[in-house]
Write a protein that binds this ligand. Structure first.
Ligand SMILES: Nc1ncnc2c1ncn2[C@@H]1O[C@H](COP(=O)(O)OP(=O)(O)OP(=O)(O)O)[C@@H](O)[C@H]1O
Length: 626
């Protein structure tokens, strides 16, 4: 079938290296029409056709190597990569073979192609974009291939930055900076990072002193530096722009910052530059947005995920534990933690217990960490815990991230600041409490485990009132229902019921918390963290949590503004004038406005449709698996 479709689309052969195209029998007609249209457009003399790579296409050839793609880092020299860069990888990092996304993106990127790459979490995308970034600068200034003391080379400048790498979070920017520094170790290239929450003055001083060839940062700080004419930071000869976690970077909230950054960069039409977009997810909302960054006549779209494959790793089991109420979450989490610790102690093949627990609000992250710190007195096996969220200072966030990275075992209670890109070695469990904001975030959070082919497992602890919302948000994923946790179904309201001892332990730990903590938590859930959950059911669930989970006589009073925002709901207590506190209101996530997809002959538009097929909201028929 595939061959006949290709024969029918003879035009495609002219426009595409057919062996790189895999047309699945299912969507051949649709895809064929798009490709034909694209081919028609691509037959324009100037355009070099974009090419699909896919795991399937590669699988069709005898092996990846025969596909003209190299798979060993040592062979990068044959593509002109300097020996010092190759050595930094093979000796410094100890890597011999490339991962699939590295093999499929480094070669075309070294040829100057813009790249849009979609590959599963933890598959080495960072090195996939760093290698072409570094080599391109060295190709422009060969003396930079050597450490300065060998040639007494030209001093690097802070106003002649050659590559800018943008990441959605500070921790990820720091991590990319560290990986880049490892890669340039034997060369004269200088890497600087620019993230919010750190001293701008210190960064400017250091950058002016040392210079900068590669700048890694978060949008806000980069915008601040580039827009400040007195900063001494400039990139008049920028050769490469990288958006890591590209879909997150192009979402509402970041895209405006990015547009402002672009204003301070050379016009791509005047000074051509290479753009590399990488992510494990490329939802359709952002596909069209990516077009403004990519040269649609000189790009390659690389997908290492097969057409009918989900974006999560098959080897990582995913479970959902429905729990009766919010007050069941911590007892069930405690039961799950103890189960995981026992597994690691009894199964020699199991990783040491090292878990990231994602919670929907900062207030909840703080409370969870405090509860589990207290539980350590009753359960000696519970390892060290940390929390990481946006209310910490950057130093504290960096310390938590680094401590957890280095820890053999531990529990990191986290907001979404670590949901994407963060490479914490040997995480055995990712546990998400409450419904994730969306399918992409679920996939990225889960991707904190099972990295570099390591084992791991993913858990979702979802209160009954959120179950249908979770089903709607997480269709087409291999999530299995797990009913093993006894605490999940205990009716905490039924005082006669034999409560699981964990409820007592949690109640004891909670009793030590200040009332403010409950108030912050209660209000944070009303700020929109649980998109899609019925407001009235949410208030009732929070009131049950206040009574049966926190042991309060009455639910905390909320600010009048929050009550007004919620509209008419029963059971809400509103702060009276005398007990009003100055409190930070909860931030809340804005859902992406729906964007209709217009049909066009724009090659970018059509070729990236494939991204949608992998990351589309599965059709009605594809329901959640739980
Ligand atoms: N060729 C390789 N061989 C072995 N390990 C590798 C290789 N390339 C990268 N790694 C390691 O794999 C892990 C994941 O790499 P990286 O963080 O770049 O993944 P990613 O695809 O960017 O993940 P995410 O989608 O979460 O951002 C890291 O520990 C990295 O050092």
């Amino acid at each position: 079938m595939r061959t006949s479709v290709l024969r029918q689309a003879g035009l495609c052969r002219a426009a595409f290296a057919a062996r790189h195209i895999q047309i699945s029998s299912k969507s051949s007609a649709a895809l064929l029409s798009q490709i034909t249209r694209v081919a028609a457009v691509q037959s324009l003399p100037s355009a070099s056709p974009p090419r699909f790579y896919s795991a399937e296409a590669t699988a069709q050839t005898d092996n990846a190597g025969s596909d003209g793609l190299i798979t060993r880092f040592a062979d990068l020299a044959s593509l002109g990569v300097h020996e010092n860069v190759v050595r930094a990888i093979t000796r410094g990092m100890g890597y011999e073979n490339m991962t699939e996304v590295q093999s499929m993106t480094i070669s075309p990127a070294l040829k100057g192609k813009d790249i849009v790459a979609q590959a599963k979490t933890g598959t080495g995308k960072t090195l996939g974009f760093l290698v072409p970034v570094v080599q391109k600068i060295i190709a422009q200034e060969p003396e930079l291939a050597y450490a300065p003391n060998r040639f007494g080379g030209k001093r690097a400048r802070s106003d002649d930055i050659r590559a800018i790498i943008i990441s959605p979070t500070r921790e990820l920017a720091e991590q990319i900076g560290e990986e880049a520094r490892k890669l340039v170790r034997g060369t004269g290239l200088i890497v600087q990072t620019a993230v919010g929450g750190t001293q701008k003055r210190e960064m400017l001083y250091r950058t002016r002193q040392q210079g900068c060839h590669i700048l890694v940062g978060t949008p806000g700080r980069l915008n601040d530096l580039l827009s400040d004419s007195g900063s001494g930071i400039d990139a008049p000869r920028l050769s490469t722009l990288v958006l890591d976690e590209a879909d997150r970077m192009l979402e509402v909230g970041f895209d405006e910052e990015l547009r402002q950054i672009l204003q301070f960069l050379p016009d791509r039409k005047v000074l051509p530059r290479q753009t590399l977009l990488y992510s494990a997810t490329i939802p359709k909302d952002v596909v069209g947005l990516a077009r403004t960054y990519i040269d649609k006549n000189n790009f390659e779209f690389v997908q290492t995920v097969k057409a009918d494959e989900v974006l999560t790793h098959d080897r990582i089991p995913q479970y959902i534990v429905p729990v009766k109420g919010f007050e069941n979450i911590y007892p069930a989490l405690l039961e799950l933690v103890l189960k995981g610790i026992k597994e690691s102690q009894t199964n020699p093949d199991a990783l040491p217990f090292k878990a990231i627990v994602f919670l929907p609000t900062t207030a909840e992250v703080i409370v969870a960490n405090q509860i589990f710190r207290r539980l350590k007195y009753n359960f000696r096996d519970i390892p060290r815990t940390w929390d990481i969220h946006s209310k910490l200072t950057q130093n504290a966030r960096t310390r938590s991230a680094n401590d957890f990275k280095d820890a053999r075992t531990g529990i990191l209670f986290s907001s979404d600041v670590t949901a994407r890109g963060m490479d914490f070695p040997n995480v055995s469990h990712v546990i998400q409490c409450h419904t994730p904001p969306n399918r992409e975030q679920y996939i990225h959070r889960l991707g904190r485990t099972g990295r570099a082919n390591k084992p791991g497992q993913g858990w979702l602890i979802i209160p009954d009132i959120e179950l249908q919302v979770a089903r709607n948000k997480l269709p087409g994923l291999p999530i299995k229902r797990n009913d093993e946790l006894q605490c999940a179904t205990v009716d905490a309201a039924d005082t006669g019921a034999a409560k699981h001892p964990h409820f007592e332990h949690i109640a004891d730990a909670v009793s030590k918390l200040p009332h403010e903590a409950f108030k912050e938590c209660y209000q944070s859930y009303l700020g929109g963290a649980l998109q899609g959950v019925d407001r009235q059911k949410l208030v009732y669930a929070l009131n049950d949590l206040s009574k049966f989970g926190w042991g309060l006589d009455q639910p905390p009073a909320v600010k009048p503004g929050i009550a007004a925002h919620l509209g008419r709901v029963q059971g809400l207590r509103v702060e009276s004038r005398e007990d009003r506190h100055r409190m930070g209101g909860p931030g809340h996530r804005r859902d992406l406005p729906g964007r209709g997809r217009r049909q066009s002959d724009d090659p970018f538009d059509n070729v990236l449709d494939r991204a949608q097929s992998l990351d589309r909201r599965p059709s009605r028929r594809e329901q959640a698996s739980f």
